[in-house]
Design a binder for this molecule. Structure first.
Ligand code: G4P
Ligand code: NA
Ligand code: NA
Length: 194
């Protein structure tokens, strides 16, 4: 876990009534670059012995922590797109991602040429809720036969089942803040150093 992130969540996070944590003043809308740089350094430290060759995330709010992590590891960052770009005319890796929060399925994609079976991937995202976004990114990597060596998350909502889903796929999940509850207007973190 990362004390500075947990303190910032306590200070500036806001609970929306449906179990959603609003962090738009430092993560998802306005962004604190110093905090994000420190987060990138932390993930780079955790995964420095893994031989990571690519950092993969999904637009939009995964991009900032992913780019700082990629810079700290000195590897490229790839963000999966949720809509096809005008110039994406090459062969694509694609996966369907269902959002329980939004109740919509979207197609995410990465150009085939940016991932290969030589790649060792670190997936980064801002939130882990039900794990569907991360699972979609894992599927994109699997299509390219790239190895996923870890998943780095800023804020895990441990009362949802995302971590369980990913661990059942034998994936290593490292979350910098693990929230056990947002009930009764209180933000509570899991104990320990997991
Ligand atoms: P899942 O991928 O873990 O299954 O999550 P889910 O479908 O429930 O989440 C959909 C979107 O909502 C994701 O962003 C996710 O990062 C975000 N999200 C989930 N829980 C929270 C929360 O408590 N607070 C905030 N602020 N966001 C949450 P997205 O809409 O796909 O992308 P984007 O916002 O990065 O563009
Ligand atoms: Na996200
Ligand atoms: Na988001």
């Amino acid at each position: 876990m990362m004390q500075a992130l947990m303190e910032r969540i306590m200070q500036d996070g806001n609970i929306l009534n449906d179990g959603v944590l609003k962090v738009d003043s430092f993560v998802t809308h306005q962004v604190d670059p110093d905090l994000m740089a420190a987060i990138g350094q932390r993930f780079a430290e955790v995964f420095k012995e893994y031989g990571i060759t690519k950092v993969v995330t999904i637009e939009s709010s995964g991009i900032v922590p992913a780019i700082y992590t990629a810079q700290a590891l000195q590897v490229p960052m790839i963000f999966a797109r949720k809509s096809k770009s005008l110039t994406m005319n090459e062969e694509l890796l694609t996966a369907s991602v269902y959002s329980f929060t939004k109740q919509v399925t979207s197609t995410v994609s990465i150009s085939r040429k940016f991932l290969s079976k030589e790649d060792k991937v670190l997936i980064i995202d801002d939130f882990l809720a039900n794990g569907q976004a991360a699972k979609g990114l894992v599927e994109l990597c699997q299509q390219a036969e790239a190895k996923v060596l870890g998943i780095g998350i800023l804020i895990e909502k441990s009362f949802q089942n995302g971590r369980q889903l990913l661990e059942e796929m034998q994936l290593k999940v490292v979350s910098l803040a693990r929230i056990s509850s947002l009930a009764d207007g209180k933000i509570q973190f899991l104990e320990g150093d997991a």
